[in-house]
Design a protein around this ligand. Structure first.
Ligand SMILES: [Fe+2]
Ligand SMILES: [Fe+2]
Length: 208
């Protein structure tokens, strides 16, 4: 049913994602922006926000790879893998900013990766238009979440802001691409469950 090379690649990308061994294909949007002056409390606060965003990008990697594994059509699989490449940029930029802020990645990332991969694989099995609809909804929820973090960042932290703004632009594009590729809006009950799971992720990654 699955191509063995593809399974090995999927396992390899899981390990790379969780060990932070990923490169970005585009320059960091914060390049050239000076380090802001942050108090200890502000630095810790921004690191906590960036830890949540970093975990969100771990989940994005897992969702896209899970969806690509079970996608019923080659075009959709290519679409998933292309988006996953851009998500790898996001993951890398968030980790770089987290390191600059002397923050640490969430200890629960392996758990979130496994759960998100399973959810992504289930979405892939649900068929092409639901699979794409799931992306539309995920990316829209991520966009709303990023907008909230952009409002919460200290005014002077233009480095974190530049990264989150570029990520938001990409997520909007991912949602639009999925819609144009035939994504179907998800039922309200599914959307609510997705919001509930992402709320748990946000709360736990902020603390642990
Ligand atoms: Fe992303
Ligand atoms: Fe995305």
């Amino acid at each position: 049913m699955f191509d063995i090379d593809y399974l090995i690649n999927t396992f390899d990308s899981a390990l790379r994602t969780l060990h932070g061994v990923c490169n970005s294909s585009r320059p960091n949007p914060a390049a050239g922006i000076p380090q802001p002056e942050l108090s200890d409390n502000e630095r810790k606060y921004v690191a906590d926000l960036m830890r949540v965003d970093h975990t969100g990008e771990i989940c994005a990697q897992a969702l896209y790879h899970g969806q690509a594994l079970t996608a019923k059509n080659r075009h959709t699989r290519r679409h998933m893998l292309h988006a996953a490449e851009q998500e790898a940029d996001h993951l890398h930029w968030c980790k770089q900013r987290l390191d600059e802020l002397q923050g640490h990645a969430s200890l629960l990332n392996p758990l979130w990766y496994a759960g998100s991969f399973a959810i992504g694989a289930a979405a892939g099995l649900a068929g092409n238009s639901w699979n794409l609809g799931f992306i539309m909804e995920t990316e829209r929820q991520v966009q709303a979440h990023l907008e909230q973090h952009l409002r919460q960042l200290p005014k002077q932290d233009q480095r974190s802001r530049a990264i989150l703004r570029q990520i938001r632009e990409d997520e909007i594009q991912h949602a639009d691409n999925a819609m144009h590729a035939g994504g179907k809006p998800l039922p309200e009950s599914v959307r609510r469950s997705m919001k509930f799971i992402s709320r748990i992720m946000t709360i736990t990654a902020y603390r642990i």
